[in-house]
Write a protein that binds this ligand. Sequence first.
Ligand code: PAF
Length: 282
Amino acid sequence: MTTPIIRPLAELSALVRGWKAAGETIGVVPTMGALHEGHLSLVRAAKAGCDRVIVTLFVNPRQFNNAEDFAKYPRTEHADAALLAPLSVDALFVPDAAEIYPPDHATVVSVSGVTAPLEGAYRPGHFDGVATVVTLLLNMTGADRAYFGEKDWQQLQLVRRLVADLKLPCEIVPCPCVRAEDGLALSSRNQRLDPEARARAAALPQALFAAARVIEAGGQVEAALAEARAGLDAAGVGPVDYLELRDGESLGPARPGQPARLLVAAWLDGVRLIDNVAVATG
Ligand code: PAF
């Protein structure tokens, strides 16, 4: 089956109205394209949980705080549609930027707290862009459930907060991070690594998982993080923007006995990689 590509919002709205009238549930997988197995795992989860599945593909200019990153973001719509074909999604919604953000568009959705540290500190405006477009996408698609990867852990916490605070009638379904055989979290940005850098990138999850194991075994957090930084340095991965143990939900300081998350962002040959792992603290 080929993937039905829908561009005008009016066309999507007509489909959504029909599905709702028939009492069908709608699952949505928001993406910026350059699809990989991580996205496909979200689509499979949506297919298993909903009557209809919409994948959205929109490279959202408002969430890029760096014009070069936006320009270089891979755009592979035909390949994306082909990858989705065997999964039989009901629509691939590829809106025009002019329809998402018409010239008189003046509303910014901003989630505080959870967005302040980590990515928020390094990418000013990024999370306002994400919160605004996710609100638009959930509204436009009439999503009953929306599927987000745990790879973007801070984004997932933002979306949960947003949906709870705005009382949006949508369930957020988190899906596990999908990793390559060497442990690197799948990401559209990995395509920008040459084979030599791609091989070195495995040091990132290795350092992250090793530090998590040390902390879980009762080791000193600071010592574990220093060891991880040294490992990244030795592998030629860096600079490291952050490597921090945080509370898993609020992303504030980690609290003893509460689920924690170890999160990292680091550069490799001009490509910024992020990753995270759960840490059970005693
Ligand atoms: O995770 C992404 O790909 C994007 O941030 C999202 C959720 C599709 C919003 O543009």
